[in-house]
Design a binder for this molecule. Sequence first.
Ligand code: NDP
Length: 465
Amino acid sequence: TQAEIGLIGLGTMGAALALNIAEKGHRIAVWNRTGSVTTEFHATAGALAANVVPTQTLAELVQAIREPRAIILMVPAGQAVDDQIAALRPLMGKDDLIIDAGNANFHDTQRRSAEAEAAGVPFVGMGVSGGEEGARHGPAIMGGGPKAAWDRVAPVMEAISAKYQGIPCATWMGPAGAGHFVKTVHNGIEYADMQMIAEVYGIMRDGLGLDAQAIAGVFESWNQGPLRSYLVEISGKVARAVDPDSGAAMLDVILDSAGQKGTGRWTAIEAQHLGTPVPVIEAAVGARNVSSRLAERKAGEARFGAGPQKVDGLTQTDLEQALMAGKILCYAQGFTMLAAASETFGWGVPLPEAAKVWREGCIIRSDMLGDMAEALTQDDKRNLIFAPAFAAHLEKTHNALRRVVAAAALGGHAAPALSAGLAWFDAMRTARGTANMIQAQRDFFGAHGFERVDGGAGKHGPWAM
Ligand code: NDP
């Protein structure tokens, strides 16, 4: 019998996704650039091999799938996707659907969608989160493209996705580009979540003098409370782990220089284009860039002092609450960015659905996202910091964030993401800010004009040149 769906690219994610699809009872045809990978994949699929059709040419792949076809691409984002589409289209029919499931930049997805639309063929860009484990057993899936095209594959996507209390974490986020955009913002938030956790880890390690095992205990206890989340959970696990070679804590033998593939950076770049503030995410992206400048940081420590110092008077509860506050502020910024993009591009992204799709399967999954989905369902126009539940949280926790940021600053600990969150919060609770000075300066040197607080005329100042 013919396969229901096809997949190209049996790398880490593609192989896991294909097994997941086969396991849910959907017959899948697969093809990989390096043919031996396909043979090996089929040979090691065990009982699931019965649901897998291995193919050695693209033509064979296409023939193996029943019409109207749907083929998932799981290859590196960029040129590889364009090349695959170019190779595949001539072999496919008008109604056959290509789904790019890699981490595409949404601008590329918009371009590919426009090309597909011009050719009268369907194309879906789909963000998949959850890493290899998620892809194998239930990722979060964010679809974008023509709704009718998404609806055709939705049953398979829902079947393979993670479930939150039985609800599939696979949702259509809007037209061309919207799915990959939501995935991009997810990754930006992921960078920020990870960075804030790293910052409190640093304060525990260098400021409170806790060893990795003690820090593991703190994360484990936080994972029982309101911070319960995948990232806090794995932070406890990595802090707990011991290097089999040296017997030292695993964390203590890992170089403090972080890599990135670019999706966090895209979030910061798009936020700037949209003019929507995401300072916590920007700080997290910046911190990864700083981290990679290891030699300079070593020279800096030699020149300017002995690195982060012990801090006094901070409790673990302060750190827990600071992380809570930072997280709320960061997510509030992220959802505001989604709303801004949705408005700018006319997507109509269902914000509560974005929060819901992130509740399970993806890297930023957490208990808090359940509450955020609820708050956004009540009112998706309101900034999350004003949703009653989160406003109450912030009231309770922002002073702890303030104490942590102040202690970090005095002790010489870099805490850029938490600091950025606090600065944004303080700006957001200041009705009379300082941009009057900016306006006056702009008017002074550029005659840009300004508005008056009394609403009166007077568009230029009496500046003495
Ligand atoms: P891998 O490097 O593990 O696999 C890449 C796959 O793409 C291989 O099957 C490879 O085939 C194939 N490939 C590479 N270049 C080409 C090309 N030019 N033409 C055709 N096929 C090609 O990557 P991942 O599975 O990790 O990532 C795939 C996509 O999923 C990326 O866009 C990534 O950003 C995204 N993603 C990854 C996540 C992760 O945790 N790893 C999480 C979420 C998304 P061959 O065997 O011939 O080399």
